[in-house]
Structure formats: structure tokens, C-alpha cells
Design a protein around this ligand. Structure first.
Ligand code: PEP
Ligand code: MN
Length: 355
């Protein structure tokens, strides 16, 4: 069956990559939802996500606040003007979400894997015009993913998208869900006009992986990113390890390099100009750092302190390593760079002390 698709068409949202959807894994309290939403809106995020009904592997975990939370999403919409999105897994969820004016629905990975649930949702959506994003099934089965999209499309919904959130695996890996990029790439080949969004949070399972996975998705030509963001990630009631604050999300998004699919010599010249600008900034910032190091040298001389403060040096190496990892930089590379910078700082301070 060939899918009959239309663009997602979201008024007020620029058609540039990446389309960003962000918000907490789960809506927990009205305060948490509003605080996170206000911060994200302040960073220019236009689509807010929050899970209201949470599918949990085992009973006893936080299963979502349920309908009560829909009122909070409504408030987010009214106050910030963001579009709001939530996950639906049953026809009851669909009715409640539509009644509350939710703008975008997504189907979770466990639901996509279940054709009965997919058909029930498709039937509940018949005649409704709302964008629906279908996550890949938990198991690496492209046909099941396409089948779920076909069921929703068969109910008349044309504004569809796919979300790549990685695949379950019994083997241990650094990922929570293996990316298996060739599967969404094959999906793109089979259905070229279907927008594909990457969910680096559920692929990575840890916040350090959000930046590198987002960059990888952009390099592979994905259209958007859905990222879990929470005002206080460490205290989140679900998926605490993989959520980032709105500030960190903004930082990650700003660092993304978005390459055009049509690379021309003009693009290359533009990219080289960007490299020149980066190098210029690097040199200026290094000069500033050395000026500060010399000031510290003067202070150490006046207070008869040793130049090398081992505790501080270790702290720098460690902190910079993890800051670097957050930006997708190799830890060994960062270590080498900071060893070189530190060596030069020590040399500059020696000069001052021996003056
Ligand atoms: C989610 O997006 O919070 C979620 C439950 O994701 P998935 O269906 O990908 O596990
Ligand atoms: Mn989650």
C-alpha cells in the first residue's frame, strides 16, 4: 500500500531542520510541567512533549498522571503558544487527548509493535486531521513499523511522521536501544516524503549521548529531533538519566552542525568560512585564558604559592573531559588539548615568578 501523505504543516514553525520537539518524559506535577515549558519556550522550542500515560516494563513504576495532566498541557498551550504532543496507546487515550485539544499525537514503541492496538487507535482517529508520529517498534522490524503507519494512513490521516528511538537488544551496549541506523535509512528509501525524527534520549538512555546522537541524525539527513528535557532531570519520575535541562538542550542544539543535503562548492566555501571564524574565536579565547593564567601567576608569586596545584589540575582535566563528552568530543582528544593548554599556562607563570 502506498502512503498518501501531506506535510506536517505546523503554522508558525519554520521549515528548517531540525524540527525540535522537547519536554519531559512524563508530566509529573503542574509545577514541573509549567516550569519546564516556560524555560523551553524561552529557548525558542515550539513543540512541547510530555507523557501522560506511561507504558512501563514492570508494574509498580510511575504509570503517568493520566487525564489530570492533559489540563496542564492545555495550560502550556495557552500560556506559551507552543504546540503540545503526547503519547496515545488506546482508543480511550485518543478520545481524551482530542477532547483536551492536544495538537500532535505519538505512538510509543511498544504500541507500534502491536497490530491490534494500532488498529484500535487508527479506528478511533478516523476522520480526524491531526499529525501522528509513529515510533519504531521495539524490535527491529521495518515492515511492522510501516504497517503501523499504513493503519493510521488507512484511517484517512495524512500528516504522519516516523520517530526512530532505537531497538531493544539483549546484548549490553552503550545504548539503551541500539540505533541500527540502516532501518530508518531504508524507511526513507521506501517512503521518501515521510518526515523522520530522531529520539536521541531513548536511543542513548544517558544524557551524555544526546548531543552525539543528535549530530549523527542530522548528518544522516533526519528532519527533526524529539528530546526529553526536564526542569530538574535528576529528580524525574521516569527516565531521569537521559533527560537534560532546557539550558543544556539549547546548548546542544546550538552546537549542531546542519549540513545541506545538496553539498556544492558554495556550501564548502561557507563551511570553510565557519571554520575560519571558529579558529579566530579559539585563538582569542586562548589569549584571554593565558592573560588570566598570568594574573594567577602574579597572585601565586605574591602569596608564595607553588605554581603547580595538582588538585586543581586534576579537577580541570576531569571536568573538561565530561563537558567535552556532553558535546560529543572524544575524551582523549580533550585530555590532550587541556594538557597542552595547561603546560603553556605553567610556562607563562614560571616566566612571571622568575621575573
Ligand atoms: C517516551 O517517549 O517517553 C516513550 C515511552 O518512548 P518509547 O515508546 O520510545 O519507549
Ligand atoms: Mn521516556
Amino acid at each position: 500500500m502506498e502512503l498518501q501523505l501531506e506535510p506536517l504543516k505546523l503554522e508558525g514553525i519554520e521549515e528548517k531542520r531540525p524540527l525540535v520537539i522537547a519536554g519531559p518524559c512524563s508530566a509529573e506535577t503542574e509545577e514541573q510541567v509549567m516550569d519546564t515549558a516556560r524555560q523551553l519556550a524561552g529557548k525558542g522550542v515550539k513543540i512541547f512533549r510530555a507523557g501522560i500515560w506511561k507504558p512501563r516494563t514492570k508494574p509498580g513504576g510511575f504509570e503517568g498522571v493520566g487525564v489530570e495532566g492533559l489540563a496542564w498541557l492545555k495550560a502550556v498551550k495557552q500560556e506559551t503558544g507552543m504546540y503540545v504532543a503526547t503519547e496515545v496507546a488506546t482508543s480511550k487515550h485518543v478520545f481524551e487527548a482530542l477532547k483536551a485539544g492536544i495538537d500532535i499525537l505519538w505512538i510509543g514503541a511498544r504500541t507500534t509493535a502491536n497490530p491490534f492496538a494500532m488498529q484500535e487507535i487508527a479506528d478511533a482517529l478516523k476522520g480526524v486531521d491531526i499529525p501522528v508520529l509513529v515510533k519504531n517498534p521495539v524490535n527491529p522490524d521495518l515492515e511492522l513499523w510501516i504497517g503501523a503507519l499504513e493503519r493510521i494512513n488507512g484511517a484517512g490521516l495524512k500528516r504522519l511522521g516516523a520517530i526512530h528511538r532505537g531497538f531493544s537488544s539483549y546484548d549490553k551496549s552503550i545504548y539503551r536501544n541500539l540505533p541500527q541506523w540502516h532501518i530508518p535509512i531504508e524507511l526513507r528509501r521506501r517512503i521518501p516524503n515521510l518526515p523522520i525524527i530522531c529520539d536521541p534520549s531513548h536511543i542513548g538512555g544517558k544524557r551524555e549521548l544526546v548531543a552525539p546522537l543528535s549530530q549523527q541524525a542530522m548528518d544522516l539527513g533526519f528532519d527533526g529531533l524529539i528530546v526529553e528535557s526536564h526542569c530538574n532531570p535528576d529528580c524525574a519520575w521516569s527516565d531521569a538519566k537521559q533527560q537534560v535541562t532546557p539550558d543544556v538542550l539549547d546548548y546542544i542544539l546550538n552546537l549542531l552542525v546542519i549540513r545541506s543535503e545538496k553539498q556544492t562548492t558554495e556550501n564548502l566555501a561557507e563551511l570553510r568560512k565557519q571554520i575560519d571564524e571558529c579558529d579566530n574565536e579559539l585563538i582569542q579565547i586562548l589569549a584571554k585564558r593565558m592573560r588570566v593564567a598570568r594574573e594567577i601567576g602574579t597572585y601565586k608569586k605574591e602569596h608564595a604559592m607553588t605554581i603547580l596545584q595538582t588538585g586543581r589540575y586534576n579537577e580541570i582535566l576531569e571536568k573538561r573531559g565530561s563537558q567535552g563528552a556532553l558535546c560529543g568530543l572524544d575524551a582523549d582528544f580533550i585530555k590532550k588539548v587541556f594538557e597542552a593548554i595547561h603546560e603553556e599556562s605553567v610556562r607563562q607563570q614560571m616566566e612571571i615568578i622568575n621575573k
